[in-house]
Write a protein that binds this ligand. Sequence first.
Ligand code: ZN
Length: 122
Amino acid sequence: MHEMGIALEIIEIVRSSIPESVKRPRVERVHLKIGRLSAVVTDSLRFCFEVASEETPLAGAELVVDEIPVEAQCNDCGHRWTIDEPVFVCASCRGGSLTLLSGRELDVHSFQLIDEENDHAH
Ligand SMILES: [Zn+2]
């Protein structure tokens, strides 16, 4: 399953970013940026993440998904726009030579970490 690999990758990225000084890390929330062209099914990703994060500091963390629109630029006239439909033709000059500027990303943007060793004094 495509989403399981992604879930494992997210967990790996976050775990490797937790500083060693945090004794009992618990991740509350993970912010992701997912391009609309990355073909990730968010519900399926949430499910995989829930299963894969068991017994890790990420168990029970909330996934906050930010969808990145697909942006393209026409190679002929330089027109830039956001693609809503899978029509890859320049909206201005109808040219078919495009560069995709965004829409394929899948990034861990940030995450919220708490150290359960400390008091919950925020
Ligand atoms: Zn154009």
